[in-house]
Design a protein. Structure first.
Length: 390
């Protein structure tokens, strides 16, 4: 079965990139992938997916109908698809909702095959705020045969904002995979050292959607009861940003000590941070149409045997199992988040039990599992006609 994949973005680390690499590498044992990438992504695609056929297009994701530049890029992509010599494609699968899905819809129409879309979170709904893109995206959804959000939370929010356009499509959430556990041995995850100073760890770019203002307020309450605790924040930040200054002002106002902004760090240093951490905390917030589509970082924490504290928003409840791998609190429940952290810091047996459960959960949500589920969805979609495309 030949499947054409429209790939959103590969140049830098992102959820799109992680999902693309994990899914394509796992699913190539079941299907014959044909990749379509933006011109800017051609070199990284050739490096990442050696041996696979790759077509480049003027744009796949970094464009919008809101600007003339976006119009020109998308028009050029449409022209490239119209001129391409393509045959034998059973399915077209766009690995993001829009505009990747718009490009995929053109290709699906060109080759006469069903169109499948994966949606990751914010980009499954954010186009609701743009009249032209909302209209184009709604048309894409109406003509899509199968939509595979990476979480049930993403599916729910898509229904909220684009329910009228989803009537004909089958919605089949397929949870994200991961391979973090492959780089951390079972023994390392099971026997984490007990630090004299408990470390609370957050990993994620510094921005309101990630909720560091909530986790910082929770840490202030934890610090009042466990004065030796430290809070380490990993992730890119702009020292001149309003949000960073708000966090620094809060720290100064509360005279809060042992809060360390580490910024973007190397993989080796990130590993060390996970190894010395006692609890992983990330408290995402829905900011308008921006939300956490899943939360792969919770599984990364699980690879190291860490329990997590998170918020009930977007797709996070699919990544964190309530009272099993950690705790889920309401987004603005600072006191509840603080109490969950204190509970995990003061009860080593509970901390270890939840941490090991998170490790097993990470080992369950693999890319192989995601690829198998995706392939079965392809088969169901094609039904008895699938042999015609083989």
């Amino acid at each position: 079965m030949k499947v054409a994949y429209i790939i959103p973005y590969l140049q830098k680390s992102s959820g799109w990139r992680t999902h693309t690499i994990g899914l394509i590498q796992a699913i190539r044992q079941y299907v014959e992938p044909l990749l379509f990438v933006s011109e800017e992504d051609l070199l990284p695609a050739r490096s990442l997916f050696q041996g696979l056929p790759i077509h480049s297009l003027p744009a796949t994701q970094q464009a919008s109908l809101q600007s003339m530049t976006g119009w020109r890029k998308l028009a050029a992509a449409y022209g490239s698809i119209r001129r391409a010599n393509l045959d034998g494609i059973a399915l077209v699968h766009s690995l993001e909702a829009y505009p990747t899905g718009l490009v995929g819809s053109w290709l699906a129409r060109r080759v006469g095959s069903p169109h499948v879309i994966t949606t990751h979170g914010t980009y499954g709904v954010i186009w609701h705020n743009s009249r032209l893109d909302r209209w184009a995206y709604a048309n894409v959804l109406r003509n899509t045969a199968l939509i595979c959000p990476v979480s049930n939370g993403t599916a729910q929010i898509m229904r909220q904002y684009f329910g009228d356009a989803l009537g004909r499509a089958k919605i089949h959430p397929i949870l994200n995979g991961n391979d973090f556990y492959k780089s951390v041995s079972v023994g390392e995850a099971a026997h984490r050292p007990v630090e004299s100073k408990p470390v609370i760890l957050t990993v994620g770019d510094l921005k309101p959607r990630k909720g560091q203002h909530i986790s910082l307020a929770a840490f202030a309450k934890v610090k009042a009861k466990i004065p030796q605790a430290e809070y380490h924040l990993v992730g890119h930040f702009d020292a001149d940003s309003v949000y960073y200054q708000q966090l620094k002002n809060y720290i100064a106002d509360k005279q809060l000590e042992d809060v360390i902004f580490l910024g973007a760090i190397s993989n080796g240093e990130l590993r060390r941070q996970y190894q010395q951490a006692s609890v992983f905390v990330l408290t995402p917030q829905q900011e308008g149409l921006n939300f956490e589509g899943f939360g792969l970082v919770y599984l990364e924490a699980g690879a190291y045997g860490l329990p997590v504290v998170a918020t009930i928003t977007g797709g996070v409840p699919d990544a964190v199992r309530q009272n099993e791998t950690g705790y889920l609190l309401e987004p603005d429940d600072v006191s509840g988040i603080a109490q969950a952290i204190k509970t995990l810091l003061s009860d080593p047996e509970l901390n270890n039990r939840m941490g090991q459960a998170n490790r097993r959960w990470a080992e369950t949500l693999t890319w192989v599992r995601a690829a198998q589920e995706q392939y079965r969805a392809y088969q169901d979609l094609l039904g008895d006609n699938r042999q015609a495309y083989a």
